[in-house]
Design a protein around this ligand. Structure first.
Ligand SMILES: N[C@@H](CCC(=O)N[C@@H](CS)C(=O)NCC(=O)O)C(=O)O
Length: 286
């Protein structure tokens, strides 16, 4: 029975058993499926470098290309990589080759071919840790308290950003209709998370302390993107000018050469000069 005192009434009544029969019409509706696994046979290309990245320049994808470009900028020549474009809006993440390296069918995914047996690495946080360890603890403090603080914030990002992307961004920017309840819920949570960071960054230069780490690389594409007004065109809506410490940090991190280079890789949106669809040599970014 409808409740006349409840302003949030909807004609939708969930059936006893959910079915995906009605296309939602939202962005990504065509690629969403309730099952995992491959939809077609398609081997992944392999380039000349030991590290093969299969990705797209979304915030999750940028974390890894920023790390690779930071490693190269720091002199780790073994971090040379090929970055192949995975067009998720065309379902490329469901090809057999991609599912073989990430059964969860999400970018980014990396294959390290430097050893006898290729190593697959998926989940952006796992890739950041893998690369940090592979290159002698780069951007990952050795000292246990600082290392733990880096992991604290890396895991915070992995758990928190889905409320921004899958929650706020989805309902504010991608859903076929503007629904007040989910937009309120996720705008509230997104602002709360920005405030968490703002309070943290009032006390320290970088996310985990004095040192720039993989936690900054994971957090910047999402929360830096928000305060710089580059995500979901939501800067005004979320009043991001309130988060001055996050803005201070976002500007500093965003000015790093590795970040400037990394965010261009596999990018299919934005200014044409910032889109490097595939990267096979350093010169592709020059
Ligand atoms: N937790 C994952 C999330 C990755 C993720 O959500 N990737 C999105 C693009 S940003 C994707 O590949 N979506 C394709 C799909 O959902 O089919 C990570 O951090 O690697």
């Amino acid at each position: 029975m409808s409740d006349p005192t409840n302003p949030f009434t909807s004609p939708y009544v969930p059936p006893r058993v959910w079915s995906p029969a009605t296309p939602s019409g939202g962005a990504f509706a065509s690629i969403n499926r309730p099952v995992a696994g491959k939809t077609h046979e398609l081997e992944l290309p392999v380039g000349k470098h030991p590290l093969q990245l299969y990705s797209l320049g979304t915030p999750n994808g940028q974390k890894v290309t920023i790390m690779l470009e930071e490693l190269l900028a720091a002199g780790h020549t073994g971090a040379e990589y090929d970055a192949w474009l995975i067009r998720i809006n065309e379902g490329a993440q469901f090809g057999s080759g991609f599912v073989g390296i990430n059964p969860n069918s999400k970018i980014p995914a990396l294959v390290d071919r430097s050893g006898d047996t290729p190593v697959r690495v998926f989940e952006s946080g796992s890739i950041l840790v893998y690369l940090a360890e592979k290159f002698g603890g780069a951007f990952l403090p050795r000292d246990i308290p600082a290392r733990t603080e880096t992991f604290n914030w890396l895991m915070w990002q992995m758990g928190s950003a889905p409320f921004v992307g899958g929650g706020f961004g989805h309902f504010y920017a991608y859903a076929p209709e503007k629904l007040e309840y989910p937009i309120n819920r996720y705008a509230m949570e997104t602002k709360r998370q920005l405030d968490v960071l703002d309070r943290l960054l009032a006390e320290r230069r970088f996310v985990a302390g004095d040192e720039y780490t993989i936690a900054d690389m994971a957090i910047w594409p999402w929360y830096g993107g928000l305060v710089l007004g580059e995500l979901y065109d939501a800067g005004e809506f979320l009043a991001v000018h309130q988060y001055q410490q996050v803005r201070r940090w976002a500007d500093e991190v965003g000015a790093r050469p590795g970040v400037i280079r990394g965010r261009k890789v596999n990018r299919v949106r934005g200014k044409p000069e910032e889109q490097v669809l595939e990267r096979h040599d350093a010169s592709d970014l020059d």
